[in-house]
Design a protein around this ligand. Structure first.
Ligand SMILES: O=C(O)[C@@H](CO)OP(=O)(O)O
Ligand SMILES: [Mg+2]
Length: 415
């Protein structure tokens, strides 16, 4: 009774890029859940459709009534049933009628409302009482590619992980210390740098990919020595954005260099070895499972090789990746797949096969903090959610609050 859905409200709100997105409220007899959907700029081609053709406005005018008439009276605890109902209402394979962002916001808001109906935080409702591990934050310190303007490095994300931090506060402040130091190092390389930032709050300088890798490494070492924590560099190459199928090459415009698949493998391998990369996401085009497999075989024992656009949080694509050994990590973004139940199934399959799940934000975000709860509930050892910026710190600060609530908190362990 406490968790029966009494009302569903959908509204149009702003995201961090100034684009419209949906926010959903689910009201139960004794609870309330609110979730806003994020959106990507470098999206995988197999992601579900974010919105119907008419965009967020169509969701508000047509879709809201359809959803609320079906969901009112259902029990918010029956999430898999509710996710099936949403799929039925939509009637397509990719949520192109109601929008994957609408579906996922409803799905996650239903889970939050169920948790709230029993006065539980979401991470505990989903993960149970014994959860006590906090994920390490992957902080974004320099932005390039589709998250930045022209003359930025081609590599999309230069990230850092404070792998020996003892608690989340130490971890988060280590990341921002690197972010701050990096600004000083950029100013030495790019005399015209005005302090500009990209979509995820990392700096956007006019420097080469090589220079960016060098100062990323330097900033990690310097801050690590100063505060006594090991901080490791990481990358998201978002290589589908670099792949030009007409010439079958990865095009690095900022460096004026193109690499074929074999050269790309060598290039990424060399970067991992030279800089001691902890984590490398999307080093190849989303369809190049063979490239992923070769790199994983060569350096997968010392670096996480992570699929984002290749897997799009889809358990069937992950199953193919497992079979081909195309990576040892998977990015988890609920809005790529359109429901919390499907997200969970993918996480489960990953864990059963020793594939590390990394819960992640999108480049277009809101101040919604739900993914912080998901990362704890799923026992994901890493969360990728930026280092600075209101929509990024919403998740990081929530992790500080969650850690405070846990009985015997510890940082996550890597298997
Ligand atoms: O590629 C990525 O991993 C993400 C988030 O960092 O970017 P986007 O949301 O633009 O897909
Ligand atoms: Mg990515």
């Amino acid at each position: 009774m406490d968790s029966i859905i009494e009302d569903v409200r959908v509204r149009k709100i702003l995201d961090s890029r100034g684009n419209p997105t949906v926010e959903v409220d689910i009201i139960t007899w004794n609870g309330f859940g609110r979730v806003a959907a994020p959106s990507g700029a470098s999206t995988g081609s197999n992601e579900v459709a974010a919105f119907p053709q008419g965009g967020v406005d169509e969701v508000i005018t047509d879709v809201e009534d359809l959803i609320s008439s079906e969901l009112i009276g259902m029990d918010s605890e029956d999430l898999t049933d509710i996710d099936s109902v949403l799929k039925e209402i939509d009637g397509t394979d990719d949520y192109s009628n109601i929008g994957g962002n609408t579906a996922v916001a409803v799905s996650m808001a239903v889970a939050k409302a169920a948790a709230s109906s029993y006065s539980l935080p979401l991470y505990r409702y989903l993960g149970g009482n014994f959860k006590n591990e906090i994920p390490y934050p992957l902080g974004n310190i320099l932005n390039g590619g589709a998250h930045a303007g022209i003359h930025a490095p081609d590599i999309q994300e230069f990230l850092v992980v404070p792998v020996s931090a003892k608690n989340i506060s130490e971890a988060i402040f280590a990341n921002v210390a690197v972010h701050k130091r990096l600004k000083e190092l950029i100013q030495e390389k790019d005399k015209n740098f005005t302090g500009g930032k990209g979509d995820e709050g990392g700096w956007v300088p006019n420097i080469s990919n090589y220079d960016a890798l060098e100062i990323q490494h330097q900033a990690c070492e310097e801050i690590g020595d100063e505060i006594g924590i090991t901080i490791k560099p990481s990358l998201d190459l978002a290589a589908s954005e670099l792949w030009d199928s007409s010439v079958e090459k990865y095009v690095y415009g900022q460096d004026n260099i193109s690499r074929d698949s074999g050269e790309q493998i060598e290039y990424v391998k060399e970067i991992i070895e030279t800089y001691g990369m902890f984590y490398v996401e999307d080093p190849f085009d989303e369809a190049d499972f063979d490239g992923f497999a070769q790199l994983t075989k060569a350096v997968g024992d010392k670096c996480l090789i992570v699929g984002d656009d290749s897997f799009v949080t889809n358990k069937n694509l992950l199953a193919k990746g497992i079979e081909l050994k195309a990576g040892n990590g998977i990015i988890i973004k609920p809005n790529q797949i359109g429901s919390l139940s499907a997200t969970y199934e993918t996480v489960k399959l990953a864990k059963e096969n020793n594939i590390t799940p990394i819960v992640s934000h999108r480049s277009g975000e809101t101040t919604d903090e739900t993914i912080a709860h998901l990362a704890v509930a799923f026992s994901a050892p890493l969360i990728k959610t930026g280092a600075v910026g209101g929509e990024r710190i919403a998740k990081l600060n929530e992790l500080i609050r969650i850690e405070e609530e846990l009985a015997n908190p510890s940082m996550a362990k890597f298997d």
